[in-house]
Design a protein around this ligand. Structure first.
Ligand code: FES
Length: 583
């Protein structure tokens, strides 16, 4: 029977708490699932927001994780309800999973707001699923806890460890350089992805799992426990239990996703050598909850931070070793003990401060999680570059770059778009040498559309055969978190939005100075203005304006990379007020 206790303020009582016609209807239809009367006694209803999909292989084990979350919810006296949301898997979805991050976030937001849930457990894993679910839940400002699916076990090839994604880039370059044959290349497929879970490098999925933990939105150790480790399922159960308490306490996301939490996350990203994609995703999550992050926050907070996690693609190891070495709590403790955790008092989902969670966390392997005085990179983090080529910023990850190229002046070799690049890069007569700067246009949020992960353009085969392993590359695209190289990304504004990148021509001199945060096209202001004025509308026309549907909505409303690539109409928290009923 409905509980009539007026002190209970749970959202779900708006659906199930009355003895009238509406309460009848809401309860009756739910009862077709075999739910007894006593489950409608006013206990918290906890949604399990599930991105399970066989087309998102990284999240394909999520039905089992959901079962363990349900155990925890029931054990703590809650009422679990699992529901599916759009699952944007990185490996299959075309043109890029980034195109649908905002769509997934809208699905999550409206599914939460319109349904009788008092808190949610967000089951995330593959790259875009973590930011999408946090964005959607932040828009609702409801109690929420993240459970990621965990990384895959280490990949294996010929008895050696290989890392997801990173091995693909390395093996493909070796194939193009003639160092291995096609059979050797293809034989790595099965060994690279040999268990359930997300990419096992410090790519975007691992980075975003670490960001969720550093932000305080998951229980300690969530980021690193391997997907197939039994402790992943223990953590899922504990998270379900905790979600019930969070619903009762009213511990909403806005109490956790504070500016202090984002500043902690930016510092942690530098310490772990995290993905450049985190710049875009954290900005978008912050925008939803009402925290105004700036690109300069990445320099101010992430700069001068040693990278101490020695994981691919910047270092040597994989997520399995990271967990066995102590995982993110060990990193947080090392930062905190040295005064490098900006806000140790920031609140986390378990009701404790982030410092209270990690103050006794053990560090078990100094090679994987290095001491601060023996870092992998002394000055890690993500560098923001500005100049006449990127007036609204661009990013570069020094830990994944070649140190000798971080200050460089070279002549541009220009590709108008991805197709032009593919056609031209294999041309043996292309005028290019190791000092050239490869420039690709029209791969930004509007231009691609969706801002594909193509910024780490493969090098010209003729240079690979000469043993060249890296060159300066510049684009308005993103780069997979598993990739590496001296790659300038996220140039804003993008070429398709009339940015100066559109004006670059073959042979122009370009200067990159990472320490100075400078990216400069060496032509006069007048020449740059004249070139931009002479661009025809088709030069800067986003590819999808000729199409329709969701892509059209995307191109018309997506913000630039420095603003997080969210839709202009989604920025800002709209809260969890219960919509009017329809019966
Ligand atoms: Fe899904 Fe890497 S492709 S986590």
């Amino acid at each position: 029977m409905p509980d009539q206790n007026p002190k209970k303020k749970l959202r779900s009582t708006e659906w199930f708490g009355s003895a009238d016609k509406n309460g009848f209807m809401y309860r009756s239809w739910m009862k077709n699932q075999g739910i007894p009367d006593h489950e409608f006694d006013g206990r918290p209803i906890i949604g399990i927001c599930n991105t399970w999909s066989e087309l998102t292989p990284c999240n394909a084990h999520f039905r089992k994780i959901a079962e363990h979350v349900k155990r925890g919810i029931s054990e703590a006296g809650g009422f679990p309800v699992e529901f599916p949301v759009f699952s944007n898997g990185e490996s299959n979805l075309r043109p890029t999973a980034m195109l649908t991050r905002n769509l997934a976030s809208m699905d999550v937001e409206e599914a939460i707001r319109g349904n009788p849930v008092d808190a949610v457990v967000l089951l995330t894993g593959c790259d875009k699923t973590t930011p999408a679910l946090l964005m959607g839940a932040a828009s609702c400002d409801i109690p929420a806890i993240v459970v990621t699916g965990g990384p895959m076990l280490n990949g294996k090839l010929d008895g050696k460890d290989i890392g997801s994604g990173t091995a693909v880039w390395q093996l493909h370059e070796s194939l193009k350089a003639g160092e291995i044959n096609l059979h050797q290349f293809l034989s790595a497929e099965g060994g690279m992805s040999r268990s359930a879970g997300t990419c096992n490098t410090m790519g975007t999925a691992s980075t975003m799992a670490c960001m969720a933990e550093a932000l305080g939105t998951s229980l300690p150790h969530n980021a690193a426990i391997p997907a197939v480790d039994a402790r992943r399922y223990v953590l899922a159960q504990m998270s379900g239990m905790r979600a019930v308490e969070m619903a009762k306490e009213g511990l909403t996301l806005s109490k956790i996703l504070t500016r202090e939490a984002f500043e902690n996350a930016i510092r942690v990203n530098a310490a772990i050598g995290g993905s450049t994609n985190a710049v875009i995703h954290l900005k978008a999550i912050a925008g939803r909850i009402g925290v105004d992050l700036e690109l300069e926050d990445w320099t101010r907070i992430g700069g001068n931070t040693p990278t101490i996690v020695d994981l691919l693609p910047s270092g040597r190891f994989l997520m399995e070793e990271f967990y066995y070495a102590g995982g993110l709590p060990a990193v947080l403790r090392r930062l905190g003990e040295s005064g490098l955790l900006p806000h140790p008092g920031a609140l986390t989902v378990n009701g404790r401060s982030i410092w209270d969670n990690v103050r006794e966390a053990p560090s078990l392997n100094d090679e994987v999680i290095r001491p601060l005085d023996k870092p992998l990179i002394a000055d890690g983090g993500i560098r923001i570059l500005r100049g006449n080529l990127s007036p609204r910023g661009a990013v570069l990850k020094p830990s994944a770059a070649s140190p000798e190229l971080l200050k460089h002046r070279g002549r541009a070799v220009v590709f108008e778009n991805l197709e032009h690049y593919k056609e031209r890069i294999v041309d043996e007569s292309l005028e290019v040498d190791a000092s050239s700067v490869l420039v690709m246009k029209n791969c930004g949020p509007k231009g691609y559309p969706g801002m594909a992960e193509v910024g780490n353009m493969g090098l010209p085969p003729k240079l690979l055969r000469q043993g060249i392993k890296d060159m300066v590359r510049i684009s308005d695209a993103r780069m997979s978190g598993t990739a590496y190289g001296t790659v300038v990304l996220h140039v804003a504004p993008e070429a398709a939005d009339g940015g100066p990148l559109a004006a670059v021509r073959d042979g122009d001199w370009i200067e990159l100075d990472c320490d100075a945060g400078r990216l400069h096209l060496d032509i006069s202001d007048e020449e740059l203005a004249s070139r931009l004025a002479s661009l025809t509308s088709t030069d800067a026309q986003p590819m999808s304006t000729r199409g329709g549907g969701y892509q059209k909505l995307y191109v018309n409303h997506v913000l630039q990379a420095d603003e997080g690539c969210d839709f202009d109409f989604l920025v800002g928290c709209r809260g969890s007020a219960v919509p009017r009923h329809s019966h």
